[in-house]
Design a binder for this molecule. Structure first.
Ligand SMILES: C[S@@+](CC[C@H](N)C(=O)[O-])C[C@H]1O[C@@H](n2cnc3c(N)ncnc32)[C@H](O)[C@@H]1O
Length: 161
C-alpha cells in the first residue's frame, strides 16, 4: 500500500499511478478539499481523503489497514512549526515498518532556513537511514529528495527531537 501526503495538484500522484499500473492501494491524504476533489476527478483509482496527514494511523485503521509499504510526501515541511513537524512525523513513523520507504522533498533555496534545518535534524534523529538525493535543477524551483528508512525506536514513541 502506498500512502501519499499532500498530493496537491497531483504531479506525484500521476507518477505513482503509472508505476502501480493498476496494482495495490494508493491512499492520498490532502487537507485542501478543492485540491482533493480535483484529484479524485482526475484519478478515480486513487483513494483520496480530505484530512490532516497527522491522522494517518486512524485513516489506515478505518480502512482495515495498518502499515504502509511506501510513503511519498509532498508536504511543505519547511513551512510548518516545530509542533506541526513533530505531529506529522509521529504519524508517519506510526505507519512505518522497518522496510517502509519514506520519500519526501525539499526546495534547495530553503535549505539554510531554520525550519528546513530543524526538519533535516529531526529526520536524522528519528531515522537510522537518511539519504539526501542530488539537486534536481530542472524542477522549478530546484529541489532535492530525502530517501528515509528505519525509524529509530524511542521510549517516548515520538519523533526524536
Ligand atoms: C507543495 S504542495 C504539494 C505539491 C504536489 N507535489 C503537487 O504536485 O502539487 C503541498 C500540499 O500539502 C497539502 N497539505 C498541507 N498540510 C497538510 C496536512 N497537514 N495534511 C494533508 N495535506 C496537507 C497542501 O494543501 C498542498 O496541497
Amino acid at each position: 500500500m502506498i500512502v501519499e501526503l499532500g498530493p496537491g495538484t497531483g504531479a506525484f500522484t500521476a507518477e505513482i499511478q503509472r508505476r502501480l499500473n493498476g496494482r495495490g492501494h494508493h491512499l492520498a491524504v490532502e487537507i485542501n478539499p478543492a485540491l482533493a476533489s480535483f484529484l479524485s476527478d482526475r484519478h478515480p483509482k486513487v483513494d483520496v481523503v480530505v484530512d490532516d496527514a497527522a491522522r494517518l494511523p486512524e485513516l489506515l485503521r478505518e480502512r482495515g489497514l495498518d502499515k504502509a509499504d511506501a510513503i511519498v510526501s509532498g508536504l511543505p515541511w519547511a513551512a510548518f512549526s516545530e509542533e506541526t513537524q513533530t505531529r506529522l512525523l509521529d504519524a508517519v513513523v506510526a505507519i512505518m515498518t522497518p522496510h517502509t520507504a519514506f520519500t519526501t522533498f525539499a526546495y534547495s533555496f530553503a535549505k539554510r532556513m531554520r525550519p528546513a534545518q530543524r526538519f533535516r535534524h529531526r529526520l536524522h534523529t528519528t531515522f537510522e537511514e537518511v539519504v539526501v538525493g542530488r539537486t534536481v535543477w530542472g524542477n522549478l524551483p530546484p529541489a532535492f529528495v530525502y530517501h528515509v528508512r528505519r525509524p529509530r525506536i524511542t521510549e517516548a514513541g515520538s519523533a526524536g527531537a
